[in-house]
Design a protein around this ligand. Structure first.
Ligand SMILES: [Zn+2]
Ligand SMILES: [Zn+2]
Ligand SMILES: [Zn+2]
Ligand SMILES: [Zn+2]
Ligand SMILES: [Zn+2]
Ligand SMILES: [Zn+2]
Length: 301
């Protein structure tokens, strides 16, 4: 039953109840500027920093631009190769035979036979499944494989992974440079690996200006075309409703900054945006010198 005449206090109460909605919207708006979500693949595979303002944009990017192949991860040990991960089960088995006799013994029976259940269970626990839908997923902030509950495999497994990683970005405000890569993490020394990542990150963000020049000479940024395929010259028509929307564009001013300041990371801006986004400087407007970068994965979409 709708009230016909609202008393003044009631109206005030109503407007108070509406207030939180407004707050949430502005928090979301600020979040877009801060860009707290980072592509884990860009970091894992190319040490590139790619950031996104919303969880949806981030998820869409990760799921459409990248694909996780399966791998096996050494449980950790004293050998240099124990830092590694292997795409092939047979290569992982070879590593175990060479360096982890005790593990192999655990499923070897007295008569030389094999306890298949024990062996299968071990391989499953040290496996990152294809596209995160199988058994475990790697989290570089936790520096370990996280198990997906058996009843959650499939698309829901993907969901678990997305929410887990997004919480690190969103709730803990983790920077991707704190992510430990599965390809170099010795699981016997997890805390050391996390510490190294933290030290490197802090060194990078606390660089003093006079150190920048020295680093500039040491570190060469890879040319953009190597990362994203050929860079095409910008044409104004691409801004309109072209059937082929540009995936990303790169701000010419940011590109210039990146060439002169080694710890400056430029971002790929989404095609629909007209200003570049970065935490480190005020936004630049997109101009005719800004270049369009199509992802090498565009054609498969
Ligand atoms: Zn704004
Ligand atoms: Zn990416
Ligand atoms: Zn090992
Ligand atoms: Zn984690
Ligand atoms: Zn810029
Ligand atoms: Zn420009």
């Amino acid at each position: 039953m709708p009230p016909i005449h609202l008393s003044k206090p009631y109206r005030q109460l109503q407007s108070l109840q509406k207030a939180p909605k407004k707050l949430t919207r502005s928090r979301k708006h600020m979040q877009r500027h801060r860009r707290p979500f980072f592509c884990t693949f860009h970091w894992q595979e190319r040490s590139e920093v790619q950031r996104f303002g919303s969880k949806d944009d981030w998820r869409r990017h990760e799921e459409h631009r990248h694909y996780q192949s399966e791998f096996y991860k050494c449980p950790g040990g004293p050998h240099e190769s124990c830092r590694g991960a292997w795409a092939l089960k047979s290569d992982f088995e070879k590593h175990l035979d060479e360096h982890h006799k005790a593990i192999v013994t655990s499923w070897t029976l007295l008569d030389g036979g094999i306890n298949e259940d024990t062996k299968k269970d071990f391989f499953q626990r040290h496996h990152n499944g294809t596209d995160y839908v199988e058994d475990n997923f790697w989290c570089g902030f936790c520096a370990k494989l996280i198990a997906i509950p058996t009843e959650m495999t499939g698309r829901r497994g993907k969901e678990i992974r997305v929410n887990h990683v997004a919480d690190h970005f969103h709730k803990e405000q983790k920077d991707i440079r704190l992510w430990v890569k599965y390809s170099v993490c010795n699981l016997a020394e997890t805390s050391k690996a996390l510490e190294v990542a933290r030290t490197n990150y802090e060194r990078e963000i606390n660089l003093l200006d006079n150190e920048l020049e020295i680093l500039d000479q040491q570190r060469q940024l890879p040319p953009i075309k190597d990362i994203f395929g050929p860079v095409e010259p910008f044409s104004a028509s691409s801004l309109g409703s072209s059937p082929v929307a540009p995936d990303f564009w790169i701000c010419c001013e940011c590109q210039h900054l990146a060439q002169n300041r080694p710890n400056f990371v430029y971002v790929m801006n989404l095609g629909k945006e007209s200003e570049c986004t970065s935490n480190e400087h005020p936004a630049h407007s997109r101009c005719p010198r800004c270049s369009i970068a199509r992802s090498q994965f565009s054609n498969v979409l």
